[in-house]
Design a protein around this ligand. Structure first.
Ligand SMILES: [Zn+2]
Length: 185
């Protein structure tokens, strides 16, 4: 799994896809796609399970991990039942299980929120990285005369990554400011 800058980019595992693919052979390990929210494939995991639990094997930074996740079923209007993950973190029902390389899987409520800034030092370091990445570029991020295109593209990518980190780190602060303003009104 790669690093994900924004929590919304984290890979998710759809319970309906899992149950459909496990089908009639629940205990046989089956490969199921991990996707982003719009449904584009980002990787895959191996699942095996029974009626009320699924064991999910996945890789994080080349390390094999496994999680056993409860499955709940709610009756449908037209008969049959609809499966849900039971979030291993909060116990709530969820259609999607979210994978984060830094933590055990959980529901979107538990994992898919902007990362919080742990230390003021982190912010400073991020600002420094943005400044360093900008230093070699022309005004407005233009390519300086004589700079080779591959170099320019690499520097641009580094700047984009540094800025994205910064935005992700600032998002919770921005939300808190917005909430504070709402209270003042
Ligand atoms: Zn949860």
């Amino acid at each position: 799994m790669n690093s994900y800058l924004f929590a919304d980019d984290l890979p998710v595992l759809d319970i309906n896809r899992v149950i459909r693919q496990i089908g009639a052979t629940p205990y046989k390990p089956t490969s199921v796609a991990l996707t982003d929210l719009p449904g584009q494939q980002l990787g895959s995991v191996t699942v095996a399970g029974a009626h009320d639990w699924v064991s999910v094997s996945y890789q994080v930074a080349d390390q094999a991990r496994r999680a056993r996740v409860g499955v709940e079923r709610t009756p449908c209007h037209l008969g049959g039942s609809r499966p849900w993950w039971r979030c291993p973190r909060c116990g709530r029902r969820a259609a999607l299980l979210v994978f984060d390389e830094r933590a055990a899987p959980g529901c979107r409520g538990c994992l898919q929120r902007p990362y919080s800034v742990q230390h003021a030092g982190d912010l400073e370091a991020m600002a420094l990285r943005v400044a360093r990445a900008r230093r070699w570029l022309g005004p407005g991020g233009r390519r300086p005369r004589g700079m080779r295109w591959p170099t320019y593209r690499r520097l641009l990518a580094r700047l984009a990554a540094a800025e994205a980190d910064m935005c992700a780190a600032l998002a919770p602060l921005r939300d808190r400011c917005r909430e504070a303003r709402e209270v003042v009104k």
